[in-house]
Ligand binder design. Structure first.
Ligand SMILES: [Fe+2]
Length: 213
């Protein structure tokens, strides 16, 4: 089995992100897919040949999370953008959870924007910890660093320079503001719905940690 790069060409022409920048970004994403497949294959060879104590195996193994997360985060990022107007609703199931955890959608957005405005390159992810039924805005410094174990990504924003510098120069705030206008809130609501359903699926008498307490 190998991963296949998904097409996000339907986003071409979207408000706030030029086709040139998007096409470059799609190419970069395809590179992560190709490298993920390459690493799966290479690691498999080391395993078959019994060379798992080789330092090169360890380096490839460490690299895997970076390539895989680079692939998956881009899919989630492109997947939560839309050319249609899909606006936020406070009455949606996600809207209700946002209000519960942040007090208001304005508070949530303020914190999400502040996280995106942090110096450095990375990602901003609205995560749902379905173990505790709680949302967090999280900074991911590298593709594979800073994730909340077991939490479900609801909204993903790329704040690597390649995501905006071609169109916005160093004005990251302008890019973030444009990004906020093209979020597909229907997709976000569906992701949240999915996450809550996962949290409901558990064997009777046992929690997600295997605890029978
Ligand atoms: Fe990116």
């Amino acid at each position: 089995m190998s991963y296949e790069a998904k097409s996000f060409d339907h986003l071409l022409g979207i408000e706030g992100l030029s086709d040139g920048m998007l096409n470059n970004h799609f190419g970069l994403y395809a590179g992560y897919v190709a490298n993920t497949n390459k690493l799966v294959e290479e690691l498999g060879k080391y395993q078959v040949e019994g060379l798992t104590a080789d330092p090169q195996y360890a380096e490839l193994k460490r690299r895997f999370g970076w390539e895989f997360d680079g692939m998956r985060l881009h899919e989630l990022y492109f997947g939560n953008l839309t050319k249609e107007k899909a606006e936020f609703s406070e009455d949606s199931i996600l809207g209700i959870q946002i209000k519960k955890d942040f007090g208001s959608s304005e508070n949530w957005q303020k914190e999400y924007l502040a996280t995106g405005a942090m110096r450095g390159i990375g990602w901003v992810v609205l995560y749902f910890d379905f173990f505790a039924q709680k949302l967090f805005n999280v900074w991911i410094g590298e593709h594979d660093g800073g994730h909340l174990a077991g939490a479900f990504p609801i909204l993903v924003m790329d704040v690597f320079e390649h995501a905006y510098i071609l169109d916005y120069g160093t004005k990251k705030a302008d890019y973030i503001s444009a990004f906020m206008k093209i979020i597909d809130w229907k997709v976000l609501n569906d992701r949240y719905d999915w996450a809550t359903k996962i949290s409901e699926v558990k064997p009777a008498g046992i929690d997600h940690f295997g605890c029978r307490c």
